[in-house]
Design a protein around this ligand. Structure first.
Ligand code: TYD
Length: 206
């Protein structure tokens, strides 16, 4: 039974969603039962909250409201899906989690990392992922990829480059603050190398 909670973090266009799919394939070939889930979202209530947060028309959304909505979405996702799956022994691969809120709302939106941590603690208690993979891609590179791929953009993609630079700085601060939990992968390498490095970091936990 592999009771492991792994999260994937990174700026826009870091390629984490595709890396996660490859990790899942690796786990399946090694007979390890895993699921992929994502934030904000993963279940009905949290997906509904996601639609409100990312709606490009909601330009008037206050930063505090945004942080609370992410925390509410996370709390529901955590209690309804993550905890029961972990109890069953499923390995969880989660596309974004708490560190996204700490980097985007706490640091880039200037609400304060500790304040955002405390509203999240109200929702999920002291639970943290066992391992967090940070796919390190500078914001200029990531955003270029987002617009080149013509993936549909959302309210947060449309923030300024200065905002995305702050998100990136926020992640670097978090990696320094939680060095045991947050492991960094160089996301500017070839896709194959990014996947290989990620799997190497996960192996010791299996
Ligand atoms: P998503 O389409 O999932 O983006 P990506 O493919 O980059 O993961 O949109 C999620 C957006 O929400 C993304 O811009 C990051 C942001 N976000 C926060 O600001 N705070 C959070 O707590 C989470 C989970 C996401």
């Amino acid at each position: 039974m592999t009771k492991l909670f792994i999260t994937f973090e990174g700026p826009e266009g870091s390629g984490k969603t595709s890396v996660i799919k490859h990790v899942k394939r690796y786990l399946t070939t090694h007979h390890i039962n895993s699921i992929i889930t994502r934030e904000p979202g993963g279940i009905k209530i949290s997906e509904a909250i996601r639609d409100i947060i990312l709606d490009k028309n909601n330009t008037e959304m206050d930063a505090h409201t945004e942080a609370l909505l992410f925390a509410a979405s996370r709390s529901q996702h955590f209690h309804e899906k993550i905890v029961p799956e972990l109890e069953k022994g499923t390995l969880i691969l989660c596309d974004r989690f708490l560190d996204s809120s700490l980097a985007y709302q706490g640091y880039a939106r200037n609400l304060g990392i500790d304040k955002v941590l405390s509203i999240n603690k109200f929702g999920i208690g002291d639970h943290l992922p066992d391992l967090t993979i940070f796919i390190d891609v500078p914001p200029e590179v990531g955003l270029k990829r987002v617009f080149a791929n013509q993936r549909e953009t959302d309210r947060l993609d449309l923030e300024t480059l200065a905002f995305h630079k702050k998100v990136y700085e926020g992640y670097q601060l978090l990696a320094k603050r939680f060095p045991k939990r947050i492991k960094i992968v160089d996301g500017t390498q070839s896709k194959k190398a990014v996947i290989a490095d990620t799997i190497e970091l996960i192996k010791p936990y299996l």
